[in-house]
Design a protein around this ligand. Structure first.
Ligand SMILES: *[C@@H]1O[C@H](CO)[C@@H](O)[C@H](O)[C@H]1NC(C)=O
Ligand SMILES: *[C@@H]1O[C@H](CO)[C@@H](O)[C@H](O)[C@H]1NC(C)=O
Ligand SMILES: *[C@@H]1O[C@H](CO)[C@@H](O)[C@H](O)[C@H]1NC(C)=O
Ligand SMILES: *[C@@H]1O[C@H](CO)[C@@H](O)[C@H](O)[C@H]1NC(C)=O
Ligand SMILES: *[C@@H]1O[C@H](CO)[C@@H](O)[C@H](O)[C@H]1NC(C)=O
Ligand SMILES: *[C@@H]1O[C@H](CO)[C@@H](O)[C@H](O)[C@H]1NC(C)=O
Length: 344
């Protein structure tokens, strides 16, 4: 091979590999960074759903979707066998669980919806964003089949008055094992953003994760179990562990201070995705360094070596993992902690 060919080959290889930041989430398992508001999107009756991690990318273990909307009507009441969890990034949404429970979720609130229970939701803020996970994955295919392609970079279209084709949606639900329950009652008797069962705790006191995996639960911002890795000042807040999800999904937030560049190289045998909620995360994957800010998502397939740190004073990100992941391994070296911030 001549020198010219070598240079061309190196150029091709470097473009082939220096491609962490993408506009659309790849459908195969590979590391990538998807900036906020990027990704394949559909309009589902005014809700804009962006695929952050496709079912195929995680080999069927989970799907992650970004949901954006303005105030909207009550969605269809339904249930399914998958575990569902969501984390509100901004704005607010009312979540209804079975006939009795409800919570108004705002930024950094989390809900875990156990399999088989009826639930629905109603976005009620002018600028609402959440990240939804379903495990096992596949819900991205349902929305692709029922929604209308959406190509704008606007979070959602406030001028959109399109109606969901309910006949089509109901017709496709069985294929994706979604069971509609349109006549199921919901509890609208709320005070201070919650039904009666949450009055003592919602946004005001500790909340714990139930040991029974058939129980749904809500964790308001910073009120769940927390752990401190004292040496690094890292605070890990557990939102769902393998116990609640029957090993299908784990969710935690990880809060970092500016510690200088980390030399710790991590590798996990589970796929995981990080999404930034505050500050800026610096992530190095396979010799490429990327800075992530609010809403940006990194997908790190099992077996990928990576390093991460914060170059700003306060960085927080959500860690979604197919099983035992970063949060669990950090918790092993951590102490129980009652605060959302590290000590001085
Ligand atoms: C999700 O991915 C898995 C593994 O690739 C596949 O078996 C399953 O059929 C997919 N689900 C849907 C709804 O496409
Ligand atoms: C709604 O979907 C059904 C079933 O796919 C289809 O027959 C019907 O034409 C659609 N209606 C509208 C208004 O698009
Ligand atoms: C869900 O709703 C359906 C239809 O109303 C009902 O038959 C079923 O018992 C409900 N499931 C739960 C767990 O409440
Ligand atoms: C609702 O919140 C207000 C303000 O915090 C408080 O004074 C009131 O006691 C709460 N209501 C109930 C029923 O807890
Ligand atoms: C939360 O729980 C911890 C111990 O589990 C306790 O020390 C703390 O006082 C509790 N905080 C509130 C607001 O109840
Ligand atoms: C992400 O969560 C998974 C599962 O809890 C955990 O094993 C992994 O260590 C977490 N990642 C980080 C960077 O904390």
């Amino acid at each position: 091979m001549g020198r010219f060919q070598v240079i061309v080959l190196l150029a091709i290889l470097s473009t082939a590999f220096a491609k962490l930041v993408v506009d659309v989430a790849p459908e195969t398992s590979q590391p990538y960074v998807l900036p906020n508001l990027k990704g394949a999107a559909v309009d589902f009756g005014g809700l804009i759903l962006r695929t952050l991690v496709a079912n195929s990318t995680s080999s069927g273990s989970f799907s992650l979707l970004g949901v954006h909307s303005g105030p909207s009507g009550l969605n269809l009441i339904h249930s399914h066998k998958e575990v569902e969890a969501f984390y509100t990034l901004k704005g607010s949404v009312q979540v209804f669980h079975n006939a009795d429970q409800g919570r108004q979720m705002s930024a950094n609130d989390f809900v875990f919806l156990a399999p088989g229970n009826n639930h629905t939701y109603r976005p009620n803020d002018l600028d609402f964003q959440l990240t939804l996970a379903m495990a096992p994955g596949g819900i991205d295919d349902f929305f692709a089949a029922t929604g209308i392609p959406y190509t704008s970079s606007a979070p959602f279209n406030p001028d959109d008055h399109s109606q969901l084709n309910v006949t089509k949606v109901l017709g496709l639900m069985p294929k994706y094992n979604i069971v509609p329950a349109p006549t199921n009652k919901i509890n609208l008797d709320w005070i201070n953003g919650t039904t009666e069962d949450g009055l003592d705790t919602w946004h005001s006191a500790n909340q714990s994760l139930p040991s029974d995996p058939s129980e749904a639960y809500f964790i308001s911002s910073n009120r769940g179990p927390k752990y401190l890795v004292r040496d690094s000042g890292t605070v890990v807040a557990q939102l769902a562990s393998a116990q609640q999800t029957q090993e299908k999904l784990t969710v935690a937030t990880i809060t970092l201070r500016n510690n200088g560049e980390s030399t710790d190289v991590h590798v996990f045998d589970m796929d995981q995705a990080f999404q930034i909620t505050e500050g800026q995360l610096t992530l190095e994957i396979e010799d490429e360094v990327v800075q992530l800010i609010f809403g940006d998502l990194a997908f790190i397939p099992r077996g990928t070596c990576f390093r991460y740190w914060s170059e700003v004073g306060f960085t927080k990100f959500i860690n979604w993992s197919a099983g035992f992941g970063l949060a669990d391994s950090l918790i092993e070296d951590a102490e129980p902690w009652q605060h959302a911030v590290w000590p001085a």
